[in-house]
Design a binder for this molecule. Structure first.
Ligand code: SF4
Length: 309
């Protein structure tokens, strides 16, 4: 899981512990992951609420990583207690767009049209242009000054390609640095892994935008890519004739789900010939990808494997 969501969940935890079972709601969603969402409901969050008019008086509203328009926050504050957990990297995208617009730039958002960041920026800049790939570059106005921002979790290569094409066309444009470091690192790491592994397992919510992008990148490099949410979706047939398994995960995937899947892959692998080499391959590839997670846990697993030999 990315650093931003870790901090957001830690803050949510504190709110849940300090406010007991009082009315606590999440405004428009916190984490694009069904399992985390289910846990939050079990722990006392009442629901996700999308409509400000439906917010109960004196309730507590947690605003998630994608924030909300400042007027919406003002309206919510009039009836409820607001805990704004918005991620500063998302905020950077929104602020960059607002700043560029102040210079009379025509703002171009590179990302998904329906993504929360596009929706919030549209509330500040109604005539926002959205580009989802370099193939759409011809829709850009030729004579106006353009200011580009990229969705924090978008494919950083697509942003680079658009930048290249825009310069090639000689358009007057500036580009804000707005992709999230956590996401870009994952995207770079999987490039190499896709060539080394016989199967790639991408773990994350089916409705998580950054996981879908990760899966798309993996599929373009390694056709034998599967996207799963939990360990229950794995079966032995997937690993027939497989020697090396590559594992990666979206920014919103909790560590315990990654660990469960990792353990299940190892367990299935133990029954095969040459299992030691296979396991080490999995470990090496996994360690390369685990920037923020379970390195101690991996050492323990590695130790177990060595002692088994
Ligand atoms: S992926 Fe990046 S931008 Fe999104 S919540 Fe995590 S740290 Fe923030």
């Amino acid at each position: 899981m990315c650093n931003g969501l870790r901090q957001i969940l830690a803050r949510t935890d504190k709110v849940l512990s300090s406010r007991g079972n009082k009315d606590i709601y999440i405004f428009r969603g916190l984490v694009h992951n069904h399992q985390v969402h289910k846990e939050l409901l079990e722990r006392g969050i009442k629901d996700i609420i999308n409509d400000i008019d439906k917010i109960p008086k004196d309730s507590t509203i947690i605003i998630g990583p994608h924030s909300a328009h400042y007027k919406e926050i003002e309206m919510i504050s009039q009836k409820a207690n607001v805990i704004d957990t918005s991620c500063n990297r998302v905020q950077r995208v929104i602020n960059s767009a607002i700043e560029l617009a102040k210079n009379n730039d025509k703002i171009v958002f590179v990302g998904s049209r329906e993504h929360e960041e596009a929706e919030i920026i549209r509330k500040h800049i109604p005539n926002l242009i959205v580009l989802t790939s370099e193939k759409e570059i011809n829709i850009l106005p030729q004579k106006e000054k353009l200011g580009f921002v990229c969705q924090s979790t978008f494919n950083s290569n697509v942003y680079k390609k658009i930048k290249f094409e825009v310069h090639l066309k000689g358009l007057n444009a500036s580009f804000a640095k707005s992709t999230c470091k956590d996401v870009v690192e994952r995207q770079i790491a999987i490039e190499e892994l896709c060539h080394m592994a016989d199967i790639i397992i991408v773990i994350g919510g089916f409705h998580s935008n950054n996981t879908k992008i990760l899966t798309k990148i993996c599929k373009s490099k390694n056709k034998n890519t599967i996207h799963i949410e939990t360990a229950s979706e794995l079966n032995a047939d997937l690993f027939k004739n497989i020697k090396t398994v590559g594992i990666t995960a979206g920014a919103s995937t909790p560590d315990y789900i990654i660990i469960e899947i990792f353990k299940k892959v190892l367990a299935m692998n133990r029954n095969k010939k040459n299992n030691f080499l296979d396991q080490i391959n999995i470990l090496q590839n996994y360690m390369r990808l685990s920037f923020y997670t379970i390195s101690l846990y991996i050492c323990r697993i590695k130790y177990k494997i060595f002692t088994k030999l």
